[in-house]
Each structure stands twice: as structure tokens, then as C-alpha cells.
Write a new protein. Structure first.
Length: 356
């Protein structure tokens, strides 16, 4: 049977309205609406037209019902600036990610989630300290945040949406945490986005019970404290802070220069005037729009090992896409920025994956 939820998903992923899809496929808008409402079973030639217009295999539309991602369970950083098209495409990526994750977990034993519920904690700095303590991280900088989260059972995927409105998003499903990262920004900013989403997973896993809480501000504060623990920063930063001090410090904690300066301001190592002056200087040096001499981008250890194991068995990404009835581009889009070759000599940590 034709599954209407799959048509809605494919249309959302392509960023098309019902009218735009109808025009592209050469069918009526009423036909699209009836199919998406489950009121009609399409003729074979209609399915062919939709398949061609959406660039999805015909067999995709005859699978099981798609697991939709609840918009209310996702915190988008720039929701007010996001268009409905961007929101629906991103949520669609979440649904496709769940399909790919299900395929993966049928074949490999992935780490079980090891997160704690910190929704009771209103102080992001305290929540970050609890999370570090739970994972026995101490006060040291986190060398590879992505590898840490994968070991702790978070399912990571990449996003292909090249828009500042969708930095990243995360949600819980079936007792498992999922995180989708848009890596079109600098490696340092992507690390911060990752820590920001970790905050949502542990501080806002029950939603927003206290109406009016600024959960985005809380997540930013958590990320700052989690990546740059106060005790370590205060112990290592001299009293006299200059722009060069900030640039040297950012390399230790693997964050952006602007994030480092803001953290020092938070910890009263920079006055308001000093903070503004250093931000102006950093902007002149190119740190507002980028990170000169930045760090290497972190990569997924899980996906690299999975693809290596599958390749030895002569299973390619195209085979995965074919088995799921997906376009190859959807599978590649969910993992490509997590597995691309490093641009530096980044140390590779091994994670033991068990085939099931």
C-alpha cells in the first residue's frame, strides 16, 4: 500500500509545497492533497511522476509508516528566524535519521545511553558540573567531544541544510538520544553547538515545564561551563588578559575566540570595557567570521568503524540506501561531514563495536 507519511516526508526533505510538487510532477494539487491524506491509492504512473519529481525511489513510498519527529520535542536555536520550509526539512532529516539508525542497530551493538536527567537543575553551571562528574571528566579540557558523546550512547548524524537557522537539534526517542549537527560553521563553533545540544538532552529532556524559561540561554551557559570549567579557567588564566591571552587560551579548550572571551567575562576575568575592547580586536583579526589557525574538525568514530566493517563485507552506502528505499544522497547527507577525511593529523581513537 502507498504510505502517505512517506510522501509528506519526501516533499518536506525537498522543501516543496504541495502546489510546487504538483507543478513539478505534472499532477493536480488535489491529487497531492488526497494522497497525503490517505484518501486515494495512486496509479502506477502517478507514483512514477512523484518519484521523478522528488528524486526518491518508487519503492520508498510503499514502506512502513514513517516515525515523525515531534516539533515540540525539538529545540531550534533560531526558531523565530526559521522558515516553515527549513523546519520541516530538518524534522524530515530527523525521521530519515531514525530509519538509518534502526537499520544500524539491527546489525551493530551500539553503546547504551549514559546520560542523567538534569531537568530539575535551573543553574546551567551546576548542571554542567554534574554532567562532568557523572562522566568522571574532572576539570580537564575535552579533547574529542564527538567521540565522548558516542561512547555515552548518543546517536550522531549530520545535516546538509546550509543555513544559520539550523545549527543543530536533538531529541529523545525510545529511550535513546539523537543529535543532528550542521557542520557548515567552524570546527570550534560546531563543538559548542554539540555541547549546546547535550544541554537540551539532559536539562530539557522533559520539555520546558517552567514556562518562560529561556532554554536556549540555559543551553548556551551549560555549553560554556561544560567546555570551559570555571576552576580550570581561573587557575590557568593570568590576571592581566589581552587579546593574545584569549587566542592562546582558546586552543587549550578548543573553543572559538569569542566564546573564550565571553567565558572570561562571565568569570570576572574581563571587565565589561575590556571584554568589548577585546571583541573589537578579535573582529579586526578575523575571529568574528572565522577561526584563523583553527582546530581540526571532530569526526564520528562509530560511523567510521561501521563503514569500515561494512566495506570489508562489500556493503556500500549505496547498498544501505537501496535497502532502506532512500536516495543515496540522504544516507550520505546524514553521515558525510561526520566521516570525511581530516585536514590535519588528528589522533584516531578506537571504539569497540559489536556486530549482532
Amino acid at each position: 500500500m502507498f504510505e502517505e507519511s512517506r510522501l509528506k516526508l519526501a516533499r518536506a526533505r525537498r522543501g516543496l509545497t504541495a502546489k510546487a510538487l504538483a507543478e513539478k510532477a505534472g499532477v493536480s494539487v488535489d491529487t497531492i492533497k488526497r494522497l497525503e491524506q490517505g484518501r486515494n491509492e495512486p496509479e502506477p504512473h502517478t507514483v512514477g511522476k512523484l518519484s521523478q519529481a522528488l528524486e526518491y525511489p518508487e519503492e520508498f513510498f510503499f514502506g512502513t509508516k514513517v516515525e515523525a519527529v515531534d516539533p515540540g520535542a525539538v529545540s531550534f536555536r533560531s526558531f523565530s528566524k526559521m522558515t516553515a520550509k527549513e523546519r520541516d526539512a530538518s524534522l524530515g532529516a530527523g525521521s530519515v535519521g531514525l530509519m538509518l539508525s534502526g537499520w544500524l542497530e539491527e546489525r551493530f551493538g551500539l553503546p547504551e545511553p549514559d546520560l542523567i536527567d538534569l531537568s530539575y537543575e535551573s543553574d546551567p553551571d551546576v548542571a554542567a558540573a554534574h554532567m562532568r562528574q557523572h562522566w568522571s571528566l574532572g576539570q580537564q579540557p575535552i579533547a574529542d567531544l564527538m567521540a565522548l558523546l558516542e561512547v555515552k550512547g548518543i546517536r550522531l548524524f549530520s545535516l546538509t541544510e546550509n543555513t544559520a537557522s539550523v545549527n543543530a537539534f536533538s531529541f529523545w526517542r525510545g529511550g535513546k538520544p539523537y543529535m543532528f549537527l550542521n557542520n557548515f560553521k567552524t570546527a570550534e563553533s560546531s563543538r559548542f553547538d554539540t555541547a549546546h545540544e547535550l544541554a537540551h538532552l539532559v536539562m530539557h529532556m522533559q520539555g520546558d515545564p517552567k514556562k518562560g524559561r529561556n532554554i536556549e540561554r540555559e543551553a548556551n551557559a551549560f555549553a560554556s561551563a561544560f567546555l570551559m570549567p570555571a576552576e580550570d579557567v581561573i587557575a590557568r588564566i593570568p590576571r592581566h588578559v589581552t587579546t593574545d591571552t584569549v587566542i592562546r587560551a582558546k586552543a587549550r579548550w578548543r573553543v572559538s575566540a569569542m566564546a573564550m572571551a565571553y567565558r572570561l567575562h562571565q568569570l570576572d576575568r574581563l571587565s565589561e570595557w575590556q571584554y568589548k575592547s577585546i571583541c573589537i580586536d578579535l573582529t579586526k583579526r578575523g575571529y568574528r567570521s572565522g577561526e584563523p589557525n583553527g582546530i581540526s574538525r571532530e569526526k564520528s568514530k562509530v560511523w567510521r568503524q561501521v563503514l569500515t566493517i561494512l566495506w570489508k563485507e562489500r556493503v556500500t552506502k549505496a547498498d544501505i540506501a537501496r535497502e532502506l528505499g532512500l536516495p543515496l544522497g540522504e544516507v550520505e547527507g546524514l553521515i558525510w561531514s561526520l566521516t570525511a577525511e581530516d585536514d590535519g593529523g588528528e589522533r584516531q581513537e578506537r571504539m569497540s563495536l559489536r556486530a549482532v
